[in-house]
Ligand binder design. Structure first.
Ligand code: OMP
Length: 281
């Protein structure tokens, strides 16, 4: 797990990694079908081999990895142990981690989730975690504050890549739910004014097309990283992302899971798929 005494906050460390390696995150989503295609059992041992293979293949190429927590939870405590090992190995491999847990709850319970994913010494501590703000952005306060106190970060869902997201996130027209989340994140990043990039990131799907313009959302003002899922398996390309994000594109971290993982288990094939994806960004 990353230690708290990093000189720079998560946003700055991620910005540096994106300059050094390129703006790509590789999602580690050990779906049962992928495990089978890789000749691995659908078990904790299968998860462990899958995770460590992806890490070995992509650590030199990816600014971050994003393990999908649900697919480890499927195997209970043994699955979570495989995730803990992956988070630990990622530190040794020098790649930043985004735990894709999409947590969100009333403040007092949120403190428990923050402790699990963002506290020094927690077995599941990652460099950052994905959060769902639909109990109110302010309900995320324990995670926002803990991340700020120890150099970690968060990614808050704003406009998700799935078509159903619009039924909640677009509500309100020019004062949409998504716009309020973006504004709240921008305000929160004011505490990182001395850093290259703030540590409160947003999730905006690479598939959202013209929604940002239609809703009058200005991502360039956020001063935080934008995690953009939807590349590859969900159909978005680098060109789509440039068109969608415009002036905010330099802060966008594209993320692809199945589009890269389908190339495994061969390490060089995984590296080639990662390199090809990076070329498009
Ligand atoms: O937070 C996420 O990462 C996320 C947000 C979103 O809006 N859409 C989305 O697909 N994701 C996650 O990104 C990954 C996408 O996987 P692929 O479609 O295989 O690239 C999955 O783990 C999703 O849970």
């Amino acid at each position: 797990m990353p230690s708290s005494n990093e000189a720079n906050g998560f946003g700055t460390r991620l910005a540096e990694a994106m300059v050094a390696k390129g703006p790509l995150c590789v999602g580690i989503d050990p779906h049962p079908g992928l495990l089978a295609a890789w000749g691995l059992p659908d078990s904790a041992q299968g998860l462990r081999t899958f995770s460590q293979t992806v890490l070995e293949a992509v650590a030199p190429l990816a600014a971050a990895i994003k393990p999908q927590v649900a697919l480890y939870e499927r195997h209970g405590s043994a699955g979570l142990a495989a995730l803990e090992e992956l988070l630990e190995s990622s530190v040794q491999a020098g790649v930043l981690t985004i735990a894709d847990a999409k947590r969100g709850d009333i403040g007092s319970t949120m403190a428990g989730y923050a402790d699990a994913w963002l506290r020094d010494g927690s077995a599941l501590a990652a460099d950052s975690v994905t959060l769902s703000p639909y109990l109110g952005f302010e309900s995320l306060r324990p995670a926002l504050d803990l991340a700020a106190s120890n150099g970690r970060g968060v990614f808050v869902l704003a406009l998700t890549s799935n078509p159903e997201g619009a039924s909640v996130q677009h509500v309100g027209g020019n004062e949409s739910v998504a716009k309020r989340i973006v504004q709240a994140a921008a305000l929160e990043n004011q505490r990182y004014a001395n850093e290259t990039l703030g540590s409160v990131g947003l999730v905006v799907g690479a598939t959202v097309g013209t929604a940002l313009t239609e809703l009058g959302i200005d991502l360039a003002s956020v001063n935080g990283p934008i995690l953009a899922p939807g590349l590859g398996a969900q159909g978005a390309t680098g060109a789509d992302m440039r068109a969608t994000f415009g002036a905010a594109y330099p802060a966008v971290l594209g993320t692809s899971s199945r589009g890269i993982l389908a190339a495994g288990p061969d390490i060089s094939a995984l590296r080639q798929a990662t390199t090809e994806t990076l070329k498009g960004l």
